[in-house]
Write a protein that binds this ligand. Structure first.
Ligand code: NAP
Ligand code: MG
Length: 497
């Protein structure tokens, strides 16, 4: 069994209380690693380490060229340990080794590379000469915020940790990362990789422990300047409350119920596979999954049949087998949530035309079959609430305007897609969708150069790219006035006679 401590101030440590827990492999339900469990005292210690490093200026005082170089070394460090990281991600979270090798590891490394680029393209200081109201030179300066906290979910543990660490480092901050209790290992390893790449001690700290205690401690700690959170909308609301006590900056990336709109001129064969890829990739445990597939009513039955046929190409199995394309859900809790929602869908009168149960012959592991609901009305709970499993609702629409109306009739606004052979038409629809990302003729493709985040209750702020970098910066205006005697400071006349 592998063992992992907490990563604080550049070194591995046991939790102060000595507590540990076992991380479960969701494919086998067997423990595969022992991990230290931090308590509030450990959380305060991690914040203190981050604050000390910030105050000492060991990182924010490093020239940006050097900071960018360290980010690139982190990317290289991830590449060097690719196999170890891919395996740990699969064992910890139930990702297939195929996904962790082909997507998670390279995307995580790429996040550091793209933030190195974003940093180099960002102007640290911009100078404006102004004549009004008096002649002055105006310096607009970007500075780090200080201690940033990143609270990370279990669906993409390593990638989501990189989305918090990379921009924080690029902008010159120090960080404390709290991974999800189910999936702590790869985030912890990232702490070590950052350190080995030359990040000074105390700048990146990673501690695993319960959200209800250490998550709350971190999100309310007075020395923390910013909290970045990815997870459920419910906990997101709580984070906002906790952060409000000391008016911290907050970015939130929350739930979704994203529309995948199949226009009537789409290539239906491709779109049907896309509808499956949009919902069943990583067992549907993706915040921007296209869980509401909108299909024109004349094409509806044909389309549902194509989806059912296409699902036979999905292979469930051992996550460590490169041929497996779909693994288990992350936990028993998540399995129960999915099972419960399938019951809700049936009770609401939707028709379960595929799946709806544990796959036959798979007794061990939190596996759930790809599940398709037809005859779904957008008002149903299965169309409004995030399920976070392999369950897709196929919803009929009358015409384009109706499709847009249904797409936007959601408290969420994270992702979505439009499928059409007419790009202009698809663009016209994409512009009307109230979500932070819209794909045309693609799904799930994120790029660390471009912003990601949600409208409405899917979030606050944006991650990735220049937009993501700015969320980790304070902006200072330095006004440099003329060095002239009082009688030339004309505005003094408003007070002095
Ligand atoms: P969650 O509770 O929102 O967990 C996300 C992170 O927040 C974890 O690190 C968790 O720690 C932490 N946390 C929990 N309560 C906290 C609190 N009071 N203060 C500070 N941090 C706290 O998500 P979940 O319960 O694991 O999953 C529930 C649902 O959330 C899913 O079914 C799905 O709908 C949604 N979800 C969305 C995303 C996304 O990418 N947007 C990702 C995951 C889940 P612990 O692990 O220690 O509890
Ligand atoms: Mg686990």
């Amino acid at each position: 069994m592998k063992e992992f401590g907490l990563f604080i101030n550049g070194q591995w440590e046991a939790a102060k209380g000595g507590k540990t827990t076992q991380s479960i492999n969701p494919a086998t339900e067997e423990p595969w690693a022992t991990v230290a469990v931090a308590d509030r005292e450990d959380a305060r210690k991690a914040v203190a380490a981050a604050k000390k490093a910030h105050d000492a200026g060991v990182w924010r005082g490093t020239p940006k060229e050097e900071r960018a170089e360290v980010l690139r070394k982190i990317a290289a460090g991830i590449g060097e340990r690719a196999e170890e990281l891919a395996a740990a991600e699969a064992l910890d979270s139930g990702a297939t080794i195929r996904k962790s090798t082909l997507a998670d590891v390279p995307s995580t490394a790429d996040t550091f590379l793209k933030f190195a680029d974003a940093l180099m393209a960002d102007e640290e200081e911009t100078v404006f000469e102004e004549a009004a109201p008096v002649p002055s030179r105006n310096i607009i300066r970007k500075e780090p915020i200080g201690v940033c906290v990143g609270i990370v979910p279990w669906n993409f543990p390593m990638l989501m940790a990189s989305w918090k660490i990379a921009p924080a480092l690029a902008a010159g901050n120090t960080v404390v990362i709290k991974p999800a209790s189910n999936t702590p290992v790869t985030a912890l390893l990232m702490g070590e990789i950052c350190s080995q790449a030359g990040v000074p001690d105390g700048v990146v700290n990673v501690i695993s422990g319960p959200g209800g205690s250490i998550g709350e401690e971190l999100a309310s700690h007075p020395d923390v300047g910013k909290v970045a959170f990815t997870g459920s909308t419910e906990v997101g609301r709580r984070i906002m409350q906790l952060a409000s006590g000391t008016v911290k900056k907050v970015t939130l990336e929350l739930g979704g119920k994203s529309p995948n709109i199949i226009l009537d001129d789409a290539d239906l064969d491709t779109a049907a596979l896309a509808a499956l890829f949009g919902t069943f990739f990583h067992q549907g445990q993706i915040c921007e999954s296209g869980t509401r597939v909108l299909v024109q009513k004349d094409q509806y039955d044909t389309f549902v049949e194509k989806m059912i046929a296409g699902s036979s190409k999905i292979q469930l199995g051992d996550t460590m087998d490169m041929m497996t394309s779909m693994g288990p859900l992350v936990s028993k809790t998540q399995y129960d949530t999915v099972e419960n929602y399938v019951g809700v869908g049936k009770d609401e009168g939707a028709e379960c035309v595929l799946g709806g149960s544990r796959p036959e012959g798979m007794e061990k592991g939190y596996y759930y079959s790809p599940t398709i609901f037809a005859g779904v009305d957008n008002k149903m709970r299965i169309a409004q609430e995030e399920i976070f499993g392999p369950v897709v609702s196929v919803i009929p629409y009358d015409d384009e305007a109706d499709a847009v109306g249904i797409a936007n009739d959601s408290m969420y606004g994270l992702g979505g897609a439009v499928w059409s052979q007419n790009e202009e038409r698809a663009l016209g629809v994409a512009r009307q969708i109230e979500t932070g990302t819209v794909w045309i003729n693609d799904y799930h493709l994120l790029n660390a150069r471009f912003p990601f985040g949600g409208y409405k209750q899917s979030g606050v702020g944006r991650e990735l790219g220049a937009w993501g970098l700015h969320e980790y910066q304070e902006v200072k205006h330095i006004h440099v006035g003329e060095n002239v005697p009082a009688d030339q400071k004309i505005y003094f006349g408003m007070l002095f006679n």
